[in-house]
Design a protein. Structure first.
Length: 224
């Protein structure tokens, strides 16, 4: 699964096709950010916010010298376009690089928060990455709806064989919501205003335009 080097042009076209949508989403995010979403701990250094902690969802080499942190929205089409690329790189660099996934649901996406809560609830049952993969693989079937629909993600939870009573309790719990909001708030403090946003070894990077460009960034970081 992934984007090979011959598909870079197609990948770039896909990303640019949804560029306007991403810009609009970013503008909506900034407009709605408001006082309630401003940093509550402005004294916290960016390096602290980008420190990988025990309950971060990460794959790859623990303690790696190179870390990629992605802030994403599961309903974001651009995130969906980068999903197979990130997945391929995380598999190819699993012995060299640590890849971290963080929630950043955008207010313009009706199921952005709903999907994040479902993925986090799945994570509580040890199925974070399985749900992560599933919601991205199925994104075109549930994205861009006019209203939130939790039943979509309940079906995915059933498909993954989760304890459904526990899943529903977790989705509705303040603890799970707070976990999602923690990531979103850290993103706000870091200046994230759109998705996906990537941080490579603590520095925000421009989204690479394809597999080769992303691979070159990782190789360069590893060589330093």
């Amino acid at each position: 699964m992934g984007l090979d080097t011959n598909n870079n042009k197609a990948f770039q076209i896909a990303v640019w096709t949804i560029f306007i949508v991403a810009i609009v989403g970013s503008l909506i995010w900034m407009r709605n950010a408001g006082t309630a979403q401003k940093p509550t701990t402005s004294s916290v250094a960016d390096t602290d916010l980008l420190t990988v902690v025990a309950d971060d969802y990460a794959t790859g080499l623990a303690g790696a010298t190179v870390t990629v942190i992605e802030y994403l929205d599961f309903e974001c089409e651009a995130c969906g376009a980068y999903f197979p690329l990130v997945k391929r790189l995380s598999q190819e660099y699993k012995d060299k690089v640590l890849f971290v996934s963080r929630y950043f649901p955008l207010p313009g996406h009706k199921n952005g928060m709903t999907s994040a809560l479902a993925v986090e609830a799945a994570g509580r049952q040890g199925k974070y990455w399985e749900m992560y993969d599933l919601v991205f693989e199925e994104q075109k079937k549930w994205g861009e709806r006019s209203a939130a629909d939790p039943t979509i993600f309940e079906r995915y939870a059933e498909q993954l064989g989760l304890d459904m009573e526990r899943f529903r309790q977790d989705v509705g719990s303040q603890e799970v919501k707070d976990r999602v909001l923690r990531d979103r708030d850290s993103g706000n403090q870091l200046g994230v205003n759109g998705t996906p946003s990537f941080f490579l070894n603590g520095k925000k990077i421009q989204n690479p335009q394809g597999y080769e460009a992303f691979k070159a960034l990782l190789d360069n970081a590893l060589a330093q």
